[in-house]
Write a protein that binds this ligand. Structure first.
Ligand code: CA
Length: 225
């Protein structure tokens, strides 16, 4: 964990209500406005850092399983830093808007509203698992449904797994894991994003206290417009 992470944790800890912001473009001609309420429940035993999200078309990506993480994604996955990846993704072609929502305490939920159109109907988000080296949870290019059982007001529930950002070795040591008060930066690994193998207990973390089940988060997406 670097200095930035401590700032993020301290800021989130004091306020607990980081300002939620998203830059949004005007609707394109012929595109129908859509609004969704996204609720993310933290299913792990530790904090999830402020959630970075984007709505975009099918050509754009924030992160992708099997690919190298962008610089911003590595900073999010290692240290919970939200702004770099938010700014990165906001500039990408095919992205309608990108924003940052609150952190999520263990066992708790947060909600945020996403306004988009039928032209940009994919949702991506990511949030670091603080008791990991570079673990995060999220969804990549999830297709927001328009209808369910013929209804346009509905909600769907999906699970989000944990991923390894591929940039820091999972040594699970207190010197590199933020929830243990890390003050240093862990050893680099040069790998792609992949499913997180889970806590092994090889370092200072324990499976009992810091592990999680099959999913790190549960997401409820409700269409409200
Ligand atoms: Ca790793």
């Amino acid at each position: 964990m670097g200095v930035l992470m401590r700032r993020v944790l301290i800021g989130a800890g004091i306020a607990g209500l980081m300002v939620v912001g998203a830059a949004t473009a005007a609707p394109a001609m012929g595109a129908t406005p859509l609004t969704y309420r996204v609720t993310i429940e933290n299913r792990t035993q530790a904090d999830l850092t402020p959630v970075v999200y984007a709505v975009h078309d099918r050509t754009a990506r924030m992160w992708r399983n099997g690919r190298r993480a962008s610089f911003g994604m590595t900073r999010l996955a290692e240290d919970g830093v939200p702004d770099i990846v938010r700014n990165e993704v906001a500039r990408r072609r095919g992205v309608r808007s990108a924003g940052v929502a609150n952190r999520i305490a263990a066992g708790r939920s947060i909600s945020f509203t996403v306004r988009t159109t039928t032209r940009h109907r994919r949702l991506s988000w990511a949030s670091m698992l603080v008791c990991t080296n570079d673990g995060f949870t999220g969804q990549s290019s999830y297709a927001l449904p328009l209808k369910r059982n013929g209804r346009t007001r509905f909600s769907v529930r999906v699970n989000a797994r944990a991923y390894d950002g591929g940039s820091e070795v999972n040594d699970e040591r207190s010197s590199s894991v933020p929830c243990l008060g890390a003050h240093g930066v862990g050893r680099d690994e040069r790998r792609v994003i992949r499913r997180h193998p889970g806590i092994s207990g090889r370092g200072d973390l324990t499976v009992t206290s810091h592990g999680w089940g099959q999913n790190a988060a549960r997401v409820t997406i409700r269409r409200i417009r």
